[in-house]
Design a protein around this ligand. Structure first.
Ligand code: ZN
Length: 242
């Protein structure tokens, strides 16, 4: 089985389309989305339609819930808040229904999928340190958990002896007895200094995980953001990947 796992699209349609074009060369059997389909950019409805069509499962992100009033924007910075209010006002009923139907966690025999952490999925904590990773590993009963939320790709590894490591490697060979928490990065707003859209491939047969990057028409996304008068900062940060 080959999974295509992606996250944090954030209403960036040109990036999402580029990712699916790249996925066409990957012989993916099933697509999974780790949340935050909307927020920040100008094409929430189009992104929801494409994710709905392609992904077998999508789990809820904080922006998805905030856009339909299921999560408070109190802890959002001012531009994120402004983008959520714009998204709320521009969501079509079908999109609102889709976001409201999302669960926080998905699990099958190969993997677990959550936006933030397994320890408190509805709190949307950031998987940023080994302590947070450890709490998720304690609850993890599949070989790997895929997350998003930080927009920074990377992997926490727990070996058979219980030792924890972090790696920013983009090609992983899974070892028997190890468990992994893989952050797949962001399609629509990368923050690791690389402006290219990120996407992940997980091959259960070869036990390999890849995080790949693809360039897209950033200026097209920027023009859309400016056209609908979302904060200018949201357009500028895409060029920097920050
Ligand atoms: Zn996000």
């Amino acid at each position: 089985m080959r999974y295509g796992i992606f996250s944090d699209v954030h209403s960036n349609l040109p990036a999402l389309e580029a990712v699916f074009l790249a996925y066409n060369k990957e012989s993916v059997d099933e697509y999974l989305c780790a949340g935050d389909v909307v927020g920040y950019a100008a094409n929430p409805n189009e992104c929801i339609e494409l994710v709905k069509k392609q992904a077998m499962v999508t789990v809820a992100g904080n922006h998805d819930w905030a856009a339909i009033d299921l999560f408070s924007t109190d802890y959002f910075n001012s531009v994120a808040k402004e983008a959520i209010i714009w998204t709320r006002n521009n969501l079509e009923p079908a999109g609102r229904y889709f976001l409201g139907s999302l669960n926080l966690v998905y699990k099958n025999e190969d993997l677990t999928l959550v936006h933030g952490t397994l320890s408190n999925p509805g709190n949307f904590d950031y998987m940023e340190d080994t302590l947070t990773a450890l709490e998720t590993f304690r609850l993890l009963d599949t070989p790997v958990c895929f997350v998003g939320h930080t927009h920074v790709p990377g992997v926490f590894i727990k070996d058979a002896a219980g030792n924890l490591f972090y790696s920013d490697s983009v090609h992983l060979h899974m070892k028997e007895g190890n468990q992994y928490v893989v952050n797949v990065g962001s399609v629509g707003q990368p923050r690791d200094g690389n402006p290219q859209a990120a996407y992940c491939v997980y091959d259960t047969k070869t036990k390999e995980i890849f995080i790949k990057r693809v360039s897209y028409d950033i200026n097209l996304t920027r023009r859309e953001i400016i056209k609908v008068r979302l904060p200018l900062f949201l357009s500028e940060r895409l060029l920097l990947g920050r």
